[in-house]
Design a protein around this ligand. Structure first.
Ligand SMILES: [Mg+2]
Length: 152
């Protein structure tokens, strides 16, 4: 079996940042331009399909890590992200990279919805989540890449 190192972004990939942003604007009654400096990340809902997809990728035997960019001016959110991980995907215990330079990560696949933190220069395959990939496509593509039978 071909064991891959897979990095997974949080905002907009594992955790539903947009939904939390919408809720915030509704409660404030106005546009909020830097929701990442206000919101409590630990209260975000998971993205649809994310938890199940992570489970399937883990069951395939791959090496999964979180790679997330911590808002520099809101360090409280770094701890909130850790709390979110413990709550929703505790298997990522001590498997978390905080970085503004995703191009420097060493691995096979990066699942990320953004392109402004070095994602296009990642050494492996960047799966542009929300544009070219949803969670079903990620799981199917990884299955195909590693050529594993479907019932694994
Ligand atoms: Mg993101």
């Amino acid at each position: 079996m071909n064991k891959l190192i897979i990095f997974i972004d949080m905002d907009g990939v594992l955790a539903n940042f947009d939904k939390a942003h919408e809720k915030l604007e509704k409660s404030e009654g106005k546009k909020v331009y830097r929701p990442d400096l206000v919101l409590d990340f630990s209260t975000f809902e998971p993205m649809p399909g994310a938890i199940e997809a992570v489970k399937q990728l883990t069951e395939m035997g791959h090496d999964l890590f979180i790679a997330t960019t911590p808002p520099w001016d809101h360090p409280e959110s770094w701890a909130q992200k850790r709390a979110w991980v413990l709550k929703h995907v505790p298997q990522f215990n001590k498997r978390m990279f905080l970085t503004h330079r995703k191009d420097l990560l060493k691995g096979d696949i990066l699942i990320d919805d953004s392109f402004s933190r070095g994602q296009p220069d990642f050494e492996g395959t960047w799966m542009h989540f929300g544009k070219d990939y949803d969670w079903d496509m990620v799981v199917n593509s990884v299955r195909t890449i590693t050529n594993l039978p479907k019932n694994l």
